[in-house]
Design a protein around this ligand. Structure first.
Ligand SMILES: [Zn+2]
Length: 332
């Protein structure tokens, strides 16, 4: 809902959009190829932000009325924006670094209480129907900082729309300069929310003597070797770490991860070992708890692939007692 009033004629606003992270991801997806089979070591930083990508006010919540919905109303909204449905009192986070440039603290008119942010990239963002705001005009804020609590003031609660925060965006000017109806779709500039990773931790009591100089597959559970796997339809992205407790370690041992590519019937068509990490006898993390490692690997698997670990001893009589694998990963 939001804004009745001013029925300024709508004119196309042609400012160039900044390249959003969504666009970058879509581009990367195309380059990667949906059916491509491959695995990559990737940067563990999955949440890097690019200039011009905005944070949504309350995370990944339902949109009760889109910018286009606002324009389609009869009469069209005087300030098209995106309505994010959230309970009254939900913290609202600044979309970008910038300065608070306008604030209204009464419930009058369609907007109710609002806050306006001039982002450092020159764009202008308004948050409407607030319960309260905690920053005054002139305040410098940073991306992600809580600047207000959502409410239902003004048109926030009328006509059955329910409490929400309405976000309007103008490119390169103020709404007075550009016209209130010439806002653009904030969603096109919002950064997709990173899904929460799945955390997984397992410890397996292997209790085996590792042969000297022979790569030996490391189980992570009874008769189970796979650290990570993807299929033709499910991709897996994450990072994993492997630790060992061992006895009889004098010279040490080596660890590596191998990526296996499979064919349609599950047969192995290729095996690509990664460089081995040498774990020397002297680098046990503590003297009383002989934990060795860790081997850490950020990865991205797409296609019928799986990863497993191998070890080989550098001295005789080396016994690995426990194998611990910790993973943070996403399936897509
Ligand atoms: Zn609205």
């Amino acid at each position: 809902m939001c804004d009745a009033g001013d029925s300024e004629p709508s004119s196309e606003h042609r400012a160039q959009p900044f390249l959003s992270r969504r666009a970058l991801l879509v581009g990367a997806g195309v380059a990667f190829g949906a059916t491509a089979i491959g695995w990559d070591l990737i940067s563990p930083t999955l949440s890097a932000t690019a200039a011009g990508t905005y944070l949504r006010p309350c995370g990944d919540v339902r949109i009760s009325s889109s910018w286009q919905d606002h324009r389609n109303r009869t009469p069209p909204s005087g300030e098209p924006g995106t309505d994010y449905a959230v309970p009254v009192g939900t913290p609202i986070r600044a979309a970008a670094d910038g300065v608070i440039v306008d604030r209204k603290d009464t419930t009058s008119t369609a907007t109710g209480r609002y806050l306006a942010l001039r982002a450092d990239d020159g764009n202008y963002i308004r948050y409407l129907h607030l319960r309260s705001s905690s920053v005054l005009p002139g305040t410098r804020v940073s991306r992600g900082q809580v600047i207000a609590l959502s409410g239902a003031s003004g048109f926030g609660y009328e006509s059955g729309y329910g409490p929400h925060v309405h976000v309007s965006l103008w490119l390169g000017g103020t709404p007075l300069q550009l016209g209130f109806t010439n806002s653009v779709d904030f969603e096109n500039y919002a950064e997709p929310e990173d899904p929460m990773p799945i955390h997984q931790s397992s410890t397996y009591l292997w209790n085996s003597v590792v042969p000297v100089g022979i790569w030996t597959r490391v189980p992570v559970a009874t008769n189970l070797y796979w650290l990570a796997q993807s299929s033709a339809t499910v991709k897996e992205t994450g990072d994993l770490a492997i630790y060992f407790t061992a006895s009889g370690v004098t010279r040490g041992f080596q660890v590596r991860v191998v990526a296996e590519t499979l064919n349609a019937s599950g047969g192995v068509t290729n095996a690509a070992p990664q460089p081995a990490l040498e774990i020397r006898g002297t680098i046990a993390t503590t003297r009383n708890s002989p934990t060795y490692g860790s081997y850490s690997l950020p990865y991205s698997l797409s296609g019928p692939l799986r990863l497993f670990a191998e070890v080989r001893a550098l001295n005789g009589g080396l016994r690995i007692q426990q194998v611990t694998v910790k993973k943070n990963y996403w399936l897509s």
